[in-house]
Design a protein around this ligand. Structure first.
Ligand code: S3P
Length: 427
């Protein structure tokens, strides 16, 4: 339980958010598949990433946390990965589960895969079906965890088209093919986040991209390398919106990853009238920028279509921004929100309504009538165990004028363990 602060004086200053979660997972996994020592700088230290590290250790990789900013992964090549002698616990992490299941099926590693209550409700048939099509042998509980990965023989050459707009599914299939030494063609017309195909060449893997199709030729090996992880734009998103909706604010968020498959939130907020400036920095593999925001009067817009995958994790905080915009914002084509850590259409609507916002859920998004001041007066809000809901509600509390109590604050450990420290530092 946490009494949330308000920001009566505005938010001013600068901050650095922790490393990107998607990139941290992938750097660890590819390091474990390589032969030799990979150095990861600025890895996110969070519960989800720890789930990936623990599983990779069970598969035989050595991972040494040298300091707060330096992690070394000693891999023994794809063939050096071994069958774990314990069931694998993926905690709350969909990315760990889906990517590592593909990797293990491809490497022909038998394993049992578990997760927490939230993860056990999330759909796994979206990876089981395409992996089974290429030769994996996986049992599930009606498309849910726990999974049993049995001996699998992945086709030596395959071509697939992504059926769900999910980078986790895309990466699961790519890793299955890569680990099996197959010739892989995968078409992603959704343009989901591209960190897998962007990072593999740094490990010496040949990846050809032609239009929407990713091609990885057969029999690739991974060479160890050094990966520097930029700040997570999904974590920066909370401060970006906080700075825009809190009166008298100017905030700079430094060293944020601005890969174009992740920056939908910037596009949408600018279209809503946000004053955001992007100062590009030297690039070390993924593009990086300092992002400066100043308080802005936003206006409602329609958000939907092909931009959705590039802002899927930011929709809860975008809804909060829309509650403070003039006019109506309509968010559609976002049915994927139903299958995140919680049903985020339900949880966002339920919690923001407690604060007086006018948010109507639809089957694939929201209708938000903006311009409603958020009220407080000893209101208890609940994050439903979902990190992004807890952080969104904490930003909402900044613009109330009294006491909002967050009943569960522990979930921030999933992606942003220092969130409340950063918040206290700004108010
Ligand atoms: C992620 C992809 C997204 C995102 C998740 C991380 C990844 O999920 O919501 O937080 O690292 O690939 P989907 O691919 O299922 O949309």
């Amino acid at each position: 339980m946490k009494s949330l602060p308000t920001a009566k004086q505005g938010l001013n200053g600068s901050l650095i958010v922790p490393g990107d979660k998607s990139i941290s997972h992938r750097a660890l996994m590819f390091g474990a598949m390589a032969n030799g020592t990979t150095t990861i700088l600025n890895r996110l230290d969070s519960a989800d990433v720890t789930s990936t590290m623990n599983v990779l250790r069970s598969l035989g990789a050595d991972i040494d946390i040298k300091s707060d900013t330096v992690t070394e992964v000693v891999g023994h090549g794809i063939r050096g990965l071994k069958k774990p002698n314990i069931p694998l616990d993926m905690g709350n992490s969909g990315t760990s589960t889906r990517l590592l299941t593909g990797l293990m099926a491809g490497a022909d590693i038998e394993a049992e895969v578990h997760g927490d209550n939230s993860l056990s409700k999330r759909p796994m048939d979206r990876i089981i079906d395409p992996l089974t099509e290429i030769g994996a042998n996986i049992d599930s509980q009606n498309g849910h965890l726990p999974l049993q990965i049995h001996q699998s023989k992945i086709a030596s050459k395959f071509a697939q088209t992504l059926k769900v707009g999910s980078a986790q599914v895309k990466s699961s299939i790519l890793l299955a093919g890569l680990a099996a030494g197959s010739d892989v063609s995968l078409t992603d017309s959704f343009h989901t986040r591209n960190h897998t195909e962007a990072m593999l060449p740094k490990f010496g893997v040949k990846v050809d991209i032609e239009g929407d199709t990713i091609h990885i030729p057969a029999d690739q090996t991974l060479q160890p390398t050094e990966i520097e992880v930029p700040g997570d734009i999904s974590s920066a998103a909370f401060w970006i919106v906080a700075g825009l909706i809190t009166p008298n604010s100017k905030l700079k968020i430094k060293n944020v990853g601005v890969n174009e498959t992740r920056t939908g939130i910037i596009t949408v907020l600018k279209e809503m009238g946000a004053n955001i400036s992007i100062d590009m920095k030297d690039d070390f593999g993924e593009p990086i920028a300092d992002i400066t925001v100043t308080t802005s009067q936003l206006h409602g817009i329609e958000v939907g279509g092909s931009i959705i995958p590039s802002l899927i994790d930011e929709l809860p905080i975008i809804v909060l921004a829309a509650t403070q915009a003039t006019g109506t914002t309509v968010i559609k084509d976002a049915a994927e929100l139903h299958v995140k850590e919680t049903d985020r259409i339900e949880t966002v609507q339920e919690e923001l309504t407690k604060l007086g916002a006018d948010v109507t859920p639809t089957s694939d998004g929201f209708i938000i009538n903006g311009g409603t001041p958020l009220q407080s007066d000893n209101i208890h809000v609940f994050g439903h165990g979902d990190h992004r809901i807890a952080m969104m509600l904490s930003i909402a509390a900044l613009i109330t004028d009294g006491s909002v109590i967050l009943d569960d604050d522990d979930s921030v450990k999933i992606s942003y363990p220092t969130f409340f420290e950063n918040l206290e530092g700004l108010v």
